[in-house]
Design a protein around this ligand. Structure first.
Ligand SMILES: O=C(O)CCC(=O)C(=O)O
Length: 301
């Protein structure tokens, strides 16, 4: 796939331009969101959380993502408790998420991804492979409950000639260290958000590196093919992903079950809404369907 050199998003700060890049390329690159003091604070939180995580847990389905495997380390961050709500509710993040997904949305997950030196390079993928694809009447659909990562429809990253799903997830990856080609920055396939299929991992696809200085972010429509790159330097590359989803989808992290009563008591209405306490029609109810916010178990009479 040949691309003109300017046929990719340029790092920028204006929300309007970021939204236009997201629509056109399936991703955009934001500059200067966190200053140096904020970066020091955020790195400290990630270090503390990573230190608390078991670096080599038993490889079960539950722990698989949280170990350092092949140079990748995912550190779960409990939004609402970990002191980084300013990132979750950042106006640029919410502006882009609402542009793509609409007014009502949830934070689906919040985690740090450290790419350690000499990592195994990750396969390209989309982040909504789990959503049933549209099919023609009479065609056998993928049943929602039968979908797995390995059941995929592969194809090329060009615009589809048939209806495809809308984006239902946006990933906003904060660069906590610089993201460079040398340290394994996110690489993406511009325009692949419009193809409606997944990348065949046995084939090579041209990607574009999303380089961005620490304090910025790379943001992608979950349909866009992407992966982290190869870290060839001697320090980890660290990003924090805030994943936003439509309000009818199950969140990656179960914030409403996981938050402590003290953390729940301190949440703003905006954070309650983002974390999934606000009902969307009847979704998320714990007691009555006409309440605005669901009550966690410890507050139910
Ligand atoms: O860390 C990265 O650069 C990409 C991570 C990724 O592929 C994902 O979160 O789906």
């Amino acid at each position: 796939m040949t691309k003109r050199p300017d046929d990719k998003p340029q790092p920028r700060s204006d929300l309007e331009g970021l939204c236009a890049d997201l629509d056109r390329f399936g991703y955009c690159i934001a500059l200067d969101l966190l200053d140096d003091d904020a970066l020091v604070r955020v790195r400290r939180v990630v270090q503390e959380e990573a230190a608390g995580a078991d670096p080599d847990p038993e490889p079960t389905a539950e722990t698989e993502d949280w170990a350092i495997r092949g140079g990748d380390q995912w550190v779960l961050l409990m939004a609402g408790e970990c002191g980084l709500d300013d990132m979750v509710a950042h106006e640029t993040a919410l502006g882009l998420a609402r542009h793509l997904l609409g007014e009502n949305l949830h934070l689906s997950g919040f985690s740090a991804h450290a790419v350690h030196p000499d990592n195994q390079v990750m396969d390209l993928h989309s982040d909504q492979w789990w959503l049933p694809r549209p099919v023609m009447p009479g065609e056998t659909p993928f049943k929602p409950g039968d979908i797995t990562r390995t059941v995929a429809c592969f194809g090329r990253p060009e615009p589809a000639s048939h209806p495809i799903n809308p984006a239902v997830v946006l990933n906003f990856m904060w660069a906590i260290t610089d993201f460079t080609s040398a340290n394994g920055c996110t690489r993406l396939v511009p325009g692949s958000h419009l193809c409606g299929v997944e990348p065949d991992p046995t084939q090579d696809w041209d990607t574009v590196d999303a380089e961005v200085p620490a304090g910025g972010a790379v943001i992608w429509d979950a349909r866009t093919w992407h992966a982290s790159g190869k870290n060839t330097v001697n320090r980890p590359r660290i990003g924090i992903t805030a994943t936003y989803c439509g309000p009818q989808f199950r969140q990656l992290q179960n914030f409403t079950a996981g938050l402590t009563p003290a953390a729940h008591a301190a949440l703003s209405d905006e954070m309650k809404t983002l974390l999934g306490y606000k009902l969307f029609t009847s979704y998320g109810a714990t007691d009555t369907y006409d309440t605005e916010f669901a009550k966690p178990g410890h507050l139910r009479g």
